[in-house]
Design a protein around this ligand. Sequence first.
Ligand SMILES: [Zn+2]
Length: 137
Amino acid sequence: MAKKKVKTERQKMMDKIRPWFSKFIRIRDCDCFEMCICITCGCRKHWKDGIHSGHFVHGLHFVEENEHAQCGGCNTYCAVGDKYALWMVQEYGRALTESLYRLKSNQKKHTIEELEEVLKLYKQKAKEIAEDKGISL
Ligand SMILES: [Zn+2]
């Protein structure tokens, strides 16, 4: 019982962090016109309209190098995974790309306190990067 409750609290925290982390990624990846280019199909969309923060390694949470602007279509279409991998190797090199898989298998469960810190951090980072780029959240 107690364990289940803890998991629920963590899940709630993860749900709170998710939109802020996603905002941070999409704003980081947009240009001065607030447009993002999908890393897998190259389409250009407004960061608030049809752009997701797409994971490279699924299930690896809140790692900046693991998420990039991707259109909704590509993000839900698994077949673009190879393209994402090629883009990752080009962008970061093979070593870092491969290290993300290891990071996932070694990923420890964040405590609630740690998740609160992550939430604070990405709220702040999203606000800062939006201000830097002159974008309203
Ligand atoms: Zn796309």
